[in-house]
Write a protein that binds this ligand. Sequence first.
Ligand SMILES: NC(=O)c1ccc[n+]([C@@H]2O[C@H](COP(=O)([O-])OP(=O)(O)OC[C@H]3O[C@@H](n4cnc5c(N)ncnc54)[C@H](O)[C@@H]3O)[C@@H](O)[C@H]2O)c1
Length: 365
Amino acid sequence: MSKVAITGGSGFIGSHVVDKLVEAGHEVTVLDYRVRPHRGDVAFADVDVVNFSSILNATKDCEYIFHLAAVSNVNYAFQQPVYTVELNTLGTVNVLEAARHNGVKRVFLASTVWVYSGCRDDNVHEDSPFYMPGAGHVYTSSKIASEFLCHDYWQLYKQPFTILRYGIPYGPRMREELVIPIFLRKALNGDPISITGDGSQFRNFVYVEDLAEAHLLAMSEQAKNQTYNLEGSCRITIRDIAETVRYLLGNGVQIQYQPARSGDYAGKQVSAGKAKRELGWEPKIDFKEGMYRTLIWYAESHKLQIPTRPGGLLPGKGKERRIRGRVVGGGKTNGADRRVARDEKAGNGQALGGVHAGVRVSERL
Ligand SMILES: NC(=O)c1ccc[n+]([C@@H]2O[C@H](COP(=O)([O-])OP(=O)(O)OC[C@H]3O[C@@H](n4cnc5c(N)ncnc54)[C@H](O)[C@@H]3O)[C@@H](O)[C@H]2O)c1
């Protein structure tokens, strides 16, 4: 058991990392700015990571710091570039400096696969060189700069680090304005889901609990001063998301296609092979199961009824459902459950990850 501090531990990803750390028996302190943690059994310090003395005081006794506090919304970063650099980059150097002063064993930095935006290769891995004119976004540059600072702090001061480059996470507590909650909201309200273009834009979504699990594995000695891509294992297109919502909620979910917009950019094939080889990490939750859990969370947190539709998921009295042989709610099996079980048996669990033409990825996924 170790004393662990986590900045941004009240946020979407941080809250799941907190859950995993607590489950593993660590003594956790959430460092967040005015936002309390989602659970009451962890310590909390109201810390602004931009303020060095507050982070220095809050990390006095801790052995590990997971640093997740940042401007994470790229649209906000676009509108507020100065604040983004201040929070993301100055925040990181403050955390590293506090770690150095307090003798912290390791700082874990939340980075992103967006750092590959400027790479010239389409197939990228942790050692792919950055192409400096190509970062293309203040958010990306703020994370690249943060990564450089981690290396500097090791080379200059022997402050150990681990960099985790997240893929695109989804799951309970995710932000409302992203495509998955938008589609769920529309479908639950009986509105059509609209897709721009042919819906072939993709991301390798990673279920947030899988992502959180990697943080525990990254505490190993082997991960010291290393960088890992934590990318989802298969391509999920916009069309797949809409079809999965229909799969869960029934044929009544309408999907409409709108003309394509300009501005989408080419994505990269990001390898998560190093995390598998060295940490034994790979995503376990397939997209249907992850979407099922996200749907239940979304409906519960918004007090929305899951509608009874032909072929869809029937809410029943309890919320138990059996997916991949595991009970995730309470109640009898129904059409959707039986289809999930049938697809699992037929080995179609990865069907949503089939190959889709083109590597166009929407920035606004
Ligand atoms: N969500 C994604 O798609 C994604 C993808 C790749 C990387 N990341 C990175 O993962 C990390 C977590 O992202 P998230 O989606 O959970 O974001 P989030 O916005 O849900 O959480 C960020 C947390 O940081 C806290 N915070 C903001 N300003 C602070 C300050 N000055 N001092 C202390 N805490 C402060 C917020 O209150 C919030 O709890 C970020 O570093 C983000 O850049 C996110």
